[in-house]
Design a protein around this ligand. Structure first.
Ligand SMILES: C[S@@+](CC[C@H](N)C(=O)[O-])C[C@H]1O[C@@H](n2cnc3c(N)ncnc32)[C@H](O)[C@@H]1O
Length: 212
């Protein structure tokens, strides 16, 4: 008879957005005052688990729309024994708008967001004007917005939106184009690396003077 795997208990790691009380108190949410990094759309949580292990002094929260993936990400984190990572199932824009206090996070990560190829679906893209403006407010001054995608056209559009906003300056002298200077670990990055597909990334510093 096939052996049943015992379910992983994700209590304390996995949350539904609707169960949380806005605005979040990060010290209470994580049980410490460490810096907080937010990942939008973590999928199955490869980056969250990697980063949580690499930076034990930081806290990470991934906000994932697909509940199934959010659950898988939380299981990965629990199996890795990481107490500094949380996963929230819900919409990232709502999370940033209503739950994340202004000037409260160190880094906002967006890796391989869904491209929504068809023109009539473009408005569903995570990186849009509203997102960029909210990013400029929730990230602390001196903190970072990091973006990576395999879709060059999405990348260029995102760069244009961010460049047009007064709240950011690029960190990297030249953009990471058709390459992978960060050696980033995400499910999609690892897949594309094996396939030899190029991807594009940029890091921005959040500037003072654009107050909410
Ligand atoms: C292409 S996958 C990339 C996953 C992961 N970042 C990686 O690099 O492997 C994009 C993910 O973003 C999630 N997503 C799309 N829109 C979202 C939103 N508004 N809020 C949170 N997650 C979202 C999708 O459900 C999906 O898991």
């Amino acid at each position: 008879m096939p052996r049943r795997r015992s379910p992983v208990d994700t209590t304390g790691t996995f949350f539904l957005l609707d169960q949380l009380q806005p605005p979040l108190d990060w010290a209470a949410f994580f049980g410490n005052d460490g810096p907080v990094e937010v990942e939008v759309g973590p999928g199955k949580g490869v980056y969250l688990a990697f980063a949580g292990a690499e930076q034990p002094g930081s806290n990470f929260v991934g906000v994932e729309l697909a509940r199934k993936y959010a659950g898988l990400a939380a299981q990965r984190v629990v199996k890795a024994g990481l107490g500094n990572v949380r996963v929230v199932a819900g919409d990232a824009q709502k999370f940033l708008d209503e739950f994340v206090p202004e000037r409260s996070i160190a880094v906002l990560h967006v890796y391989f967001p869904d491209p929504w190829w068809k023109k009539r679906h473009r408005k569903r893209r995570v990186v849009n004007e509203r997102f960029v403006d909210r990013a400029s407010k929730v990230v602390k001054v001196g903190g970072e917005l990091r973006l990576m995608t395999d879709v060059e056209e999405y990348f260029r559009e995102s760069v244009d939106l961010i460049t047009a906003h007064p709240g950011f300056e690029p960190i990297d002298e030249s953009r990471v184009e058709a390459g992978d200077a960060w050696q980033i670990q995400t499910n999609f990055a690892n897949k594309f690396r094996v396939e030899g597909r190029p991807f594009f990334g940029e890091r921005y510093r959040v500037l003072a003077g654009v107050e909410a």
